[in-house]
Design a protein around this ligand. Structure first.
Ligand SMILES: [Zn+2]
Length: 109
């Protein structure tokens, strides 16, 4: 199929439309998600401070330190699913007080 034929193919045009719709949806969801992460992060930081920056735990070895425990407890309280499914290994606790996206990462499935 030549490029000209492809551009005139209704099925191909629909795929392009779907692609554009997915890009627009992704952009919209990214904005909403990032805004929500920033709002939650500001709330958590006001409540818990930034002592978590001294975190010495190693999530990959399931070793938790006292500096991040309040943040873990608070983040878990926002999780609506089974708490054992929170992806702590996806997080870097020492960044929780600095980066909103680090707070959101624990809730990524
Ligand atoms: Zn820690």
């Amino acid at each position: 199929m030549s490029l000209k034929d492809r551009r005139n193919n209704d099925g191909y045009k629909n795929w392009l439309r779907v692609g554009l719709a997915l890009l627009a949806t992704r952009d919209g969801l990214t904005d909403v998600t990032l805004r929500a992460a920033k709002e939650l992060h500001a709330e958590l930081k006001d409540k818990l401070g930034d002592s978590v920056e001294n975190c010495k735990c190693n999530p990959k070895k399931k070793q938790e330190c006292k500096d991040c425990k309040p943040w873990r407890q608070e983040l878990a309280s926002y999780y609506k699913g089974n708490k054992s499914q929170i992806y702590w290994t996806n997080c870097t606790p020492s960044k929780w007080s600095k980066e909103p996206w680090e707070v959101a990462k624990g809730h990524n499935i």
